[in-house]
Design a protein around this ligand. Structure first.
Ligand code: SF4
Ligand code: ZN
Length: 736
């Protein structure tokens, strides 16, 4: 605990309590004891005193009781050199100060009835800048915004900036985030309100800039406002001080910015605010109080540069950025998710086997990225003619106090449906096999690649605000950069896949569902087990587990396996029950480990599709990036067209690349030993894993026994090769 600030705050507590007592004694000598006191037009009396202690201050003499409480809260004087190991005395001194400030302001209303203007906005022409405590009309209109989410919180700003331009910059930063600003106190006689007026900024409640008062005591109006929110909208009873303070800590995202030297009175105000969970950020060098305890994160942070104070305050208070508007030229929303961009409408595209299109989400240090920054590195769409293609790398960096690397794949998988939300733009696939098709209509409306970044930033905040604080997006359109990102991304995908590598399905009692794709494939339900990653390849069992932790009502739900109905084909009662419900009755049951008998449903995102080749007594599989013919008589696109609607088609199944070498891959049908044909590139990509899996299954040379397009494109063409190599499928029991 910081000695200096504790010293200043406790000194300040004594000073302010004494001041208030003096002012009360003077008033009692001037007016009758039953003279009415209070803030105008409110049913909450002096709201801090009323909310915390249930004391209804109505007359002058009623002020004595709260002041006695304040005096009683003052901790013993501490010597300059004393080290305070805990926050308690500081918090008490702070609370004593805040109570006294409210008494001082009540007496000002009595002594100078015209000091505060009773209006929403200052009357600049007549020099009446201060509007004092918010009356109940203003409070009801504005206070509700803190509860319904239209205002994320408030910044109580005390003192003044070095100059009007700096004041303007800080205020505009907060305005952009939709925060309210409660202005109070002065620094060397100058106030932020005056600076804003000089800089041409419109002030008043109507622009969310409340001009409370020129003295530090008027900062108490902010605390009174916050406590009224707890009583009026949080239903907390007056006098229940613990709940009032807790409500503020948890629900009212407020903090203090101290602009100028922090003396004893500001110190006590800052200490007082810690009781509310409101931290203070100062532009001067005061001793920091970093350890957490009461506030969500640090209590006092300094010195903070003016250009950083907004971002830093938001971070320290744990305040979530609300991005309500998505500023792009095309329409946007879930209504457009299922929309296709067909050949005749197409302007340009990337990925889809024509160019490389890769997506990667990575965690970053909170100081290393800038929230909302979208960088386009390379040419945009304006130079691209109709029918052309271009490479694209979408690199999203995320930072947040609560963010973990485990969340990366979950966020990354959202790119698919979020880009699809953009009208006239279509997104297919994920990871390094993404495919984006941009229509002529989108180009006409002014769509640019940067819009992708704008959308991702806004939606990630909206949908995952609980786990992230900053989102920065870089879009690469130069081939070399895209290739470099792809290389990095593939290493990341591998790391993620490996997280379930050592696990087997028998290890767990719980699988996870994924219904993220139901917007395209309404009856499709992926069931993800340790040995069966999602067919898109983007979600493995670990990812689904993390996703459920982030969002317990989201698309990844735990499924208790329950009774095992068929251990060989992989069927469980718990899964069937879940799938029946989640598919709204369309699918009654399916097998995890078979593509021949009642396989899992398939949606259009699958990385690969496996098909039976009865003539070879085996199966083949083809990945999205292979455009040619295959021995089953259909190309990938044709297969995907037939399968992708969420149906289960015996003889076919969609699966991820990684799944091919997972232990349970079509094990009920004989497993990987049935594989007789794969595109060369896919085979090579998985070479080490196929070799290893073949060895584990007792066929060390399996890799060389699998045919590819260089061997043949029909069952007849590959059969001699299989025979020559002695492929194990030929000796297995009949597949049909
Ligand atoms: Fe989820 Fe399956 Fe869609 Fe992947 S393919 S996002 S696992 S529903
Ligand atoms: Zn899908």
């Amino acid at each position: 605990m910081s000695r200096l600030i504790a010293f200043a705050a406790i000194q300040g507590g004594y000073k302010v309590v004494t001041q208030a007592e003096g002012a009360l004694n003077k008033a009692l000598a001037t007016y009758d004891a039953d003279t009415k006191v209070g803030f105008p037009n409110t049913g909450y009396f002096l709201p801090v005193i009323y909310s915390l202690f249930g004391i209804k201050v109505e007359t002058l003499e009623d002020l004595q009781e709260p002041l006695d409480i304040a005096r009683g809260l003052l901790p013993p004087h501490i010597k300059n050199k004393t080290w305070l190991p805990f926050l308690g005395p500081l918090l008490d001194a702070g609370m004593a100060g805040i109570i006294s400030f409210e008494v001082i302001e009540a007496l000002r209303y009595l002594n100078e009835p015209d000091f505060y203007l009773h209006a929403e906005d200052p009357d600049i022409e007549n020099g009446k800048l201060w509007t004092g405590a918010a009356d109940d009309t203003i409070f009801r209109k504005r206070g509700v915004e803190f509860v319904d989410g239209s205002a994320p919180g408030f910044a109580a700003i005390v003192g003044s900036a070095p100059d009007p331009e700096t004041a303007k910059m800080i205020i505009e930063d907060y305005q952009q985030r939709g925060l309210y600003m409660f202005l109070a106190a002065n620094h060397n006689g100058t106030t932020v309100v005056e600076q804003l007026i000089e800089a041409g900024v419109q002030v008043g409640w109507s622009t969310r800039i409340a001009c409370f008062g020129p003295d530090i005591s008027s900062a108490v109006f902010a605390a009174g406002f916050a406590n009224r929110v707890a009583m009026a909208f949080g239903g907390v009873e007056p006098g229940d001080y613990k709940k009032i303070l807790m409500y503020n800590k948890e629900r009212v995202f407020a903090f203090v910015n101290a602009l100028g030297e922090v003396g004893t009175e500001w110190g006590v105000a800052a200490a007082g605010c810690v009781n509310w969970g409101f931290p203070t950020l100062a532009d001067t060098d005061i001793t920091q109080i970093l350890p957490t305890g009461i506030c969500t994160y640090e209590h006092v942070v300094s010195p903070v540069a003016h250009e950083d104070i907004c971002a830093k305050s938001v971070e320290v208070r744990g305040l979530k950025t609300l991005v309500s508007e998505i500023d792009i030229s095309c329409s946007f929303g879930p209504a457009y998710e299922g929309e296709r961009v067909r050949g005749a409408d197409l302007h340009a595209q990337c990925g889809g086997g024509k160019t490389q299109c890769t997506e990667l989400v990575k965690m970053a240090d909170i100081g290393a990225i800038e929230d909302g920054k979208v960088i386009l590195d390379g040419p945009d769409l304006d130079g691209i003619k109709e029918g052309e293609t271009f490479p694209l790398g979408i690199f999203v960096q995320i930072a947040g106090r609560e963010f973990q690397e485990d969340f990366e794949p979950i966020i990354e998988r959202q790119i698919h449906h979020l880009v699809n939300y953009i009208q006239s733009v279509m997104h297919i696939g994920q990871r390094d096999i993404s495919w984006i098709r941009i229509s002529k209509a989108a180009i006409e409306k002014g769509f640019t690649l940067k819009d992708i970044g704008t959308v991702l930033h806004a939606k990630f905040h909206q949908d995952f605000g609980n786990i992230l604080d900053k989102v920065q997006v870089t879009l690469y359109t130069k081939k070399a950069d895209v290739d470099k990102l792809t290389k990095t991304a593939r290493a990341e995908y591998q790391k993620r896949d490996a997280r379930v590598d050592g696990m087997v399905d028998e290890d767990v009692e719980t699988y996870y569902s994924c219904t993220l794709c139901q917007s395209f494939a309404p009856s499709h339900v992926c069931s993800v087990s340790p040995e069966r990653t999602g067919l898109c390849g983007a979600y493995n069992w670990m990812d689904c587990k993390a996703s459920f932790e982030i969002n317990p009502t989201g698309p990844n739900q735990p499924i208790e396996k329950g009774e095992c109905i068929d251990p060989k084909l992989g069927q469980w009662k718990g899964v069937n029950d879940f799938v029946y419900k989640a598919s709204r009755g369309a699918v009654t049951h399916y097998n995890f480990y078979s593509m021949v008998i009642d396989p899992m449903t398939t949606c259009g995102c699958c990385e690969c599709i496996a098909a039976m080749l009865p003539g070879c007594n085996g199966v083949m599989t083809v990945g999205r990036d292979y455009a040619g013919e295959t021995p089953c008589g259909m190309k990938f696109t044709t297969l995907a067209g037939v399968m992708g609607g969420g149906a289960a088609s015996p003889g076919f199944v969609g699966h991820s690349k990684f799944n091919i070498t997972q232990g349970k891959f079509i094990l009920g049908d004989g497993g990987l030993l049935r594989m007789v044909w794969m595109p060369k590139q896919l085979k090579e990509e998985l070479k080490d894993r196929i070799t290893k899996r073949g060895e584990d299954m007792g066929v060390p040379g399996l890799y060389d026994m699998i045919a590819d397009e260089t061997v043949g494109l029909t069952e007849e063409e590959i059969m001699p090769f299989l025979k020559e190599k002695g492929h194990p499928a030929l000796d297995m029991e009949s597949l049909v």
